[in-house]
Ligand binder design. Structure first.
Ligand code: GDP
Length: 260
């Protein structure tokens, strides 16, 4: 328990340190779940320290409608995967850097923070054109700090500040739902896939049913029963393999095949 507390503190300190050495901070959010992936505590910290904040609404390729937000200052929709919106983001970074006083420093520094799996590494690679920066398939991956030239007067700090999942949700149930929606947990680590799909069905039954072309009247059990049979995910005695069928739904969800 002591170790967990210590580790949590370390995570928070890493993010706070990153904010401290940044002039502009990019908070990478999942465009599908903007509210869920925002971290108000760190946004407060950015404000308190007088740093500039740009919200990067990534994975815009997975949303049909680009909602407008009146409560967020500077935000840009991007798809790091499809290299969309990057020009606009570059322009926004340059615009904000012009407005700030970087003191004695030669260059302004841009730090990147965000919830696991929102696409921070992919975005850093794209902004810096650096192939070597590893993109973590596993959630929550970080590596040693490097500064990479972005433009003559701007450096990108290539260690993303990974804000731990535990910082977003207060109850275990909330936490599981959120992690799965955003895809922060790799599928094989999910212990109760049935519960996760049950939660997804509460909010997105129509989309899920449409995707599989199954009529389930919004019911989890009906969906799993019919889908399991359709896919021949059966156990001994011809019973539907609920675990395997649920994991398929989570996978299709997390990879964005089931569109919002
Ligand atoms: P990080 O944990 O925030 O550094 O996220 P990664 O950069 O490792 O990306 C997590 C996953 O999201 C990877 O499977 C990426 O391929 C995927 N990803 C990143 N950006 C996008 C995007 O714009 N659209 C889609 N559909 N997937 C993306």
């Amino acid at each position: 328990m002591k170790n967990i507390t210590k580790q949590k503190k370390k995570f928070l300190d890493v993010v706070k340190d990153l904010i401290r050495i940044s002039d502009v901070v990019l908070e990478v959010l999942d465009a599908r779940f903007v509210d869920e992936t925002r971290n108000l505590e760190f946004e407060g910290e950015i404000k308190k320290q007088g740093k500039k904040l740009i919200y990067v609404l990534n994975k815009a390729d997975l949303v049909d409608v680009k909602k407008k937000f009146s409560d967020m200052g500077d935000y840009v929709y991007v798809s790091a995967k499809n290299k969309e919106g990057i020009k606009e983001l570059r322009a926004k970074i340059k615009e904000l850097v012009k407005k700030i006083d970087i003191g004695e420093k030669k260059r302004a520094q841009v730090g990147i923070i965000g919830y696991p799996n929102t696409g921070k590494s992919t975005l850093i690679n794209l902004l810096t054109g650096k192939e070597s920066a590893r993109v973590g398939a596993e959630a929550g991956f970080t590596k040693g700090m490097q500064k990479i030239r972005f433009s003559p007067g701007i450096l990108i700090l290539d260690t993303p500040g990974v804000i731990p999942e535990s910082e977003y949700s207060h109850t275990r149930k909330e936490s599981i739902q959120k992690q799965v929606k955003v895809g922060a947990r790799t599928i094989d680590k999910i212990k109760e896939p049935e519960m996760v799909v049950l939660e997804l069905m509460k909010d997105y039954a129509k989309k899920i049913q449409k995707f599989y072309k199954i009529k389930a009247e919004g019911r989890y059990d009906v969906l799993i029963e019919k889908l399991g049979r359709k896919k021949h995910f059966l156990k001994k005695g011809g019973v539907v393999d609920e675990d395997r069928t649920s994991r398929l739904v989570i996978k299709d969800w997390q990879t964005g095949r089931i569109k919002l």
